[in-house]
Every structure is written in structure tokens, then in C-alpha cells.
Design a protein around this ligand. Structure first.
Ligand SMILES: [Mn+2]
Length: 317
């Protein structure tokens, strides 16, 4: 039996489904699992299945150190930047490490398994978004989609639907999506009831959260408690739909707190913020226009104070 361990997002689901399609054609039995959503770790559930499997596939999962330590044949298919592994029984498939560009793990998996279909493009649409279609891969992606009766708009929609599973922290939902994606007619992907229901629940939760919006010194501040991983969506909505720089705080996200800051434009304040967070021992990261942090619930007010200090002074002056 081949075990496929994959990322929980749309690209991970599509990559695993491409592997599954290929195994199925050859009559090879397979099983798929994803790590606990949001945590890049091989938990007991994965360990147990790994011990029974003949060959392990890791798809779209940048967990190079954990996987390198496994004493079994591994095929590691990815597109993230990582250290090249040279080890007997370890096949490292990642074109990025040889200086080649790829839009997604689904692209790498399609090439590896010689299985190109709409899922190749949907995974890429999930990772790159609308911009995919103005990259060098856009034409190929669109051509494959049209050959399978889908438009680029459909691909983005399906990727969003696939992503509802992990936004709701539904690990089993992610795993079940792989078999469905592998064997459904392309157009059926737009109509899968579970995903559509998820999508409605998420929209309702976001609407609910947005009712707590307040504006202080030109910033949009929003605080809420939700077990859904919607904080980046909420902040993006405030920035894109309403034009604010935004701070979002989820005070109780499955027992932890999340903090997310997004600006309309890159700002040195974000780098300053990330620096201050890290200096105080918070787990924070980001880019030049966005910062995300996770912390213990009881430290969230301390975290908010840092944001107020770093951003507040700039806004009030
Ligand atoms: Mn990916």
C-alpha cells in the first residue's frame, strides 16, 4: 500500500488526487492523510499508517527535517524552497532546487506521475490565485482547464471550495476531498455539497465577525472569537473592500489567540512590529505589508499593546 501524506490546502488536495489517479490506473492500493490542520507535524495517526505502508509520498508539505528522519522509502514532491536531501531511499522531487520555476506542487506531481488534468491547474490556482493566469504557466493552465470543460473562474472557485476544509479546521474533510477530487467529473467539483455548505458557514461567520468592527485613529480594529481560521480573510476584506489598514484579533482560536495586521501598502511599521513581537518571545512572521502571530490566550492583551504602541504612535503623530 502506498501512503500519501499531503498539505491540507487546495494545492495539497489536488497533488494527492493526481497521485491517486495515477495509482488507481495501475491498480495500486493507496491511502491519503493530512497532518493536523495548521500544524506541520507527523502525529500518531500518521505514524501508525506509515508503519503499515510500503512506500511513502509527501506532497506539498515543507517538512523536510521530519521526513528525512523516516526509515522507509520516501518520495518527496514539493515546490517550496528547502534544503536538498541526498539520502538512500529518499527521492527528492523539487524543480525549484534546480533553479526552475513551478507554480504549485500539483504541477510537480503532474509531471512526476505524467498525469495532467484540471487538477494540475486548480492546485496552481489555489496557490498563486488569479495572478496565475498572467504568469508563464497561465496559458497552459487555461488550456488544460478548457479541455476539461472549466474556465479560469471555475478553477479559482473550486480551489476556494477545497480550501473551506482547512479554514474550518476539518482534517477529515480535507482527507475525504482527495478521493472525491480524483474521481469526480470536473464540473462536479463546483457542486460538491459539503464544500458549498462549508463555504456558506464561513461566509456567515465572517459577516458575524465584521459586525464587531471599530475604527480608531484611521485603523480598522476587529476583535472576535472563532474556531475557524478566518482571520486573514477578515483582515483582507477590511483592506480590500473598505480600504483600511487593519488589525484583527481572534481571542480564542481553538484555545490559542491569533493576531493579524494587514496594510494597504508595504510599510516599515510592519517590519518594526514583527521585530517587537519576536523580541518579546512571540511567534510572529510576515511580509512587508502583513504580519501574523499566534500566542497563548493569556498573552493576547500584551500582544495588542505592542500593536498599539508601534502603530498608535505613527497614527497619532
Ligand atoms: Mn503548494
Amino acid at each position: 500500500m502506498k501512503l500519501v501524506v499531503h498539505h491540507w490546502d487546495a494545492d495539497g488536495i489536488c497533488s494527492a488526487a493526481i497521485a491517486a489517479t495515477s495509482f488507481d490506473k495501475s491498480g495500486i492500493s493507496w491511502k491519503n492523510l493530512t497532518p493536523p490542520v495548521g500544524r506541520f507535524e507527523l502525529d500518531g495517526r500518521i505514524m501508525e499508517q506509515m508503519s503499515r505502508a510500503g512506500e511513502l509520498y509527501f506532497l506539498d508539505l515543507n517538512m523536510i527535517d521530519a521526513v528525512r528522519a523516516i526509515e522507509k522509502p520516501v518520495i518527496f514532491i514539493d515546490h517550496h524552497n528547502q534544503e536538498k536531501v541526498v539520502k538512500a531511499g529518499f527521492e527528492h522531487v523539487n524543480p525549484v532546487l534546480d533553479g526552475n520555476q513551478v507554480p504549485s506542487a500539483s504541477w510537480v506531481a503532474s509531471d512526476y506521475f505524467s498525469t495532467w488534468n484540471h487538477l494540475s491547474a486548480i492546485g496552481a490556482a489555489g496557490d498563486v490565485g488569479e495572478k496565475l493566469f498572467s504568469t508563464e504557466f497561465g496559458r497552459t493552465a487555461e488550456k488544460i482547464l478548457l479541455n476539461h470543460g472549466l474556465t479560469r473562474h471555475d478553477a479559482l472557485k473550486v480551489a476556494n471550495l477545497m480550501d473551506t476544509n482547512h479554514i474550518m479546521m476539518d482534517r477529515k474533510g480535507v482527507e475525504k476531498s482527495v478521493r472525491f477530487a480524483a474521481f469526480a467529473e470536473p464540473v462536479e467539483l463546483l457542486k460538491r455539497e459539503e464544500w458549498l455548505k462549508n463555504s456558506i458557514k464561513i461566509e456567515e461567520e465572517i459577516e458575524d465577525v465584521l459586525s464587531g468592527l471599530r475604527i480608531t485613529t484611521g485603523m480598522a480594529w476587529i476583535e472576535f472569537s472563532s474556531d475557524f481560521n478566518i482571520i486573514s480573510k477578515v483582515a483582507r476584506k477590511l483592506v480590500w473592500d473598505q480600504g483600511f489598514n487593519a488589525v484583527a484579533v481572534n481571542r480564542d482560536f481553538n484555545g490559542m489567540a491569533q493576531l493579524y495586521v494587514r496594510f494597504r501598502n508595504p510599510s516599515p511599521l510592519i517590519a518594526r512590529l514583527i521585530f517587537e513581537f519576536k523580541a518579546k518571545g512571540f511567534n510572529a512572521g510576515g511580509k512587508d505589508d502583513v504580519m501574523g502571530a499566534v500566542c497563548q490566550k493569556n498573552r493576547v492583551d500584551e500582544a495588542i499593546r505592542i500593536v498599539e504602541e508601534v502603530l498608535g504612535c505613527a497614527y497619532l503623530s
